[in-house]
Structures are given as C-alpha cells and as structure tokens.
Design a protein around this ligand. Structure first.
Ligand code: GLN
Length: 325
C-alpha cells in the first residue's frame, strides 16, 4: 500500500477509536440521528494524488464549514466587502455566543462564528434565500469541477427544517444585528444561513473543494482562478485564528493548520501549497468539534509534518551543518 494511504488508514483507525468518547449534537434534533461511530477522512493533494479511508460515501451537512464557502463566494464575487460588517478577531467564545455582540454594538467579531456568518450569508447574490443558496452551490460546484465524487452539494431538507424550527438563538443574533444595522433583513440573513449549513458533502468532495484554498485561489485541475490570492490568504488566516471556536488554540498547537469545523462533525483543513483534508465523525467533544476529526487531524499533521509552524527540513539541515553547509 502506498505510504500516504497507509497513514490515512492509520488516522481513520485512530479516529474510530476516539469516536467512542464523543456525543452527537442534538440541539438541532435531526442532527442527533447521525451514527456516532461513523468516521471518514480524505486527503487531496495539489498534484492530483490523494487517499481516503472509512465511511467515504457517507454524506453529512456542512454546518459551520459552510462559513468558509460563503465567505469565499462573497469575496470571489467582489460586489460586497464582508469586512464592512464583520471583524477579524477571534472571539474566544462558543460559536453561537451573543455576549460579544452585546459588548461591541452588534458587529460580529469575525465571519466564522454564527453571528458573522449570518451577516456574510446575506451578501450572497440573489433576491431571496433560495437563490442565494443556488449562488453558493454554483460556487461549490465550480470549485470542485473535475472531481469524481458527489460534488452536487444538495440541500438536506430534513436538517434545514429541523434547524429552521429550532434556531431561535440564531434568530436572536440576526435580530440583534438588525437593531444595530449590521444586516439589512434579519429573516433573509438567517434563513440563508440555515440553508447553507444544510448543504451536503462527503469527505472526498469536501477535501476537493478545499484544494483552491491550498493553491492560492486556483483550481489545480483546470487552472481556473476561483478566488484572488489575497482573499485566499485572508480566509486561511481567519481559519487559523477563528476556525475552531474556543478550541482554536489547542488545534494550533496540536495540528497547526488553517481549519474549520462544524457541529455535524466535519472538519476541513488546508495546508497552503500542498493539500486539503476533510474529516468526518459526528461524535463531538465538549467544545463542539469532532473528537474523531481532531484525533485524525493530529495524526495526519504529525505523520505528514503538515504544521504551518514547523520549519521542517530547513531546520534539520541547519542543525547538522549551520549556514556554512
Ligand atoms: N447550523 C449550526 C448552528 O448555527 C452551525 C453551528 C456549527 O456548526 N458550529 O448552530
């Protein structure tokens, strides 16, 4: 077996063992139906190679991973500057926190917490939430062109309705932002957000989607520019500082890769210049991140030496020979 496949399979075994310690999110009732023992992982390299293991056919909703997609989509269109309505600082709070909004006159701290993503999703092109979501799905499909995986990113109606029926905290965030003129129409903003969270992917289509973020904004198959290099760099910086809620520090230390998690148990991680990785495991830890996903990312980062904070070979060479070599 090829070396990468061996490591990915080992990651999946580690993830499967870790899954037993987590719990599936059920505050969106329909999410609670997920099989907690389901675990999958995929790595897609920029050179077209890759590997995957586990329940690779299992589809899951993007949930908060969609925040990266909608931010990229809005920035790619270039018609609105999302940073006129959201900040760029980590919140240090849980993903749905309302505390900072109150302290800071209604402007979300960053686009990757719920409030920020609700504000950004209103900027997707389209006259109503369903057309805005078609814009986003179109973007996801363009970014995954050529993928031999399910790149349709269909809407899971049951999950969407379940969140729409129960998502009063997100409605409160949208209303509070309307009070401060951060959003124009809180009903459009929050419904668009509920829909984008309910888009379906599997680990291979999600990893494939992430490749343009690993390549400075270019689709590696077609050479098509999906996003400017500058916007891509900004999104990766935000993923590094804000992508895993109040567990972002631990992730930076243990894994060290720009990433975004969702309560469905998905994690998308990007290694600039090298690869995109997607993990899935619906059993979550106390901070709302997939326990299997965290374990798998940790193993992959260690075994493949992926941390962006590692000097890798350059450091080892200097250690043996210094500058005179
Ligand atoms: N749709 C979910 C919510 O708003 C997304 C949260 C998440 O994935 N962290 O609660």
């Amino acid at each position: 077996m090829e070396e990468l496949q061996r490591i990915v399979t080992r990651a999946w075994e580690t993830g499967r063992a870790a899954a037993a310690s987590g719990r599936v999110a059920n505050y969106i009732p329909e999410l609670g139906k997920a099989d907690p023992s389901s675990v999958a992982v995929a790595v897609a390299n920029l050179d077209g190679s890759g590997a995957s293991a586990g329940d690779v056919e299992t589809r899951f909703t993007l949930q908060s991973v969609s925040k990266v997609a909608s931010l990229a989509c809005v920035m790619a269109t270039g018609l609105h500057d999302p940073f006129e309505r959201v900040g760029v600082e980590p919140s240090g709070d849980a993903f749905h926190s309302i505390v900072r909004l109150e302290e800071e006159t209604g402007r979300p701290r960053n686009p990757l917490i719920n409030a920020g993503a609700i504000a950004v999703s209103e900027l997707l092109e389209g006259p109503n939430p369903s057309e805005k979501i078609e814009t986003l799905r179109g973007f996801l499909q363009v970014a995954t062109r050529g993928a031999d995986v399910d790149g349709s990113f269909a809407l899971d109606e049951a999950i969407y309705h379940s969140e729409r029926d129960t998502g009063y905290r997100n409605r409160a965030l949208a209303s509070y932002m309307k009070h401060h003129d951060v959003v124009a129409d809180p009903f459009v903003a929050v419904d668009t957000y509920f829909r984008q969270c309910s888009l379906l992917a599997d680990v291979r289509s999600l990893a494939r989607f992430g490749l343009f973020l690993a390549s400075g904004g270019v689709d590696p198959d077609s050479g098509l520019r999906i996003l400017s290099a500058e916007a891509t760099r900004k999104i990766l910086a935000l993923m590094t500082t804000c992508g895993l809620y109040d567990e972002v520090g631990r992730f930076a230390l243990q894994v060290g890769i720009p990433a975004k998690s969702g309560v469905s148990g998905a994690i998308l991680a990007i290694v600039p210049g090298r690869c995109a990785m997607a993990c899935f495991g619906p059993a979550l830890g106390p901070k709302g991140n997939s326990v299997a996903g965290m374990a798998m990312m940790e193993l992959l980062a260690r075994e493949l030496e992926l941390s962006i904070f590692s000097a890798g070979e350059a450091g080892r060479q200097l250690e043996t020979s210094g500058q005179s070599a």
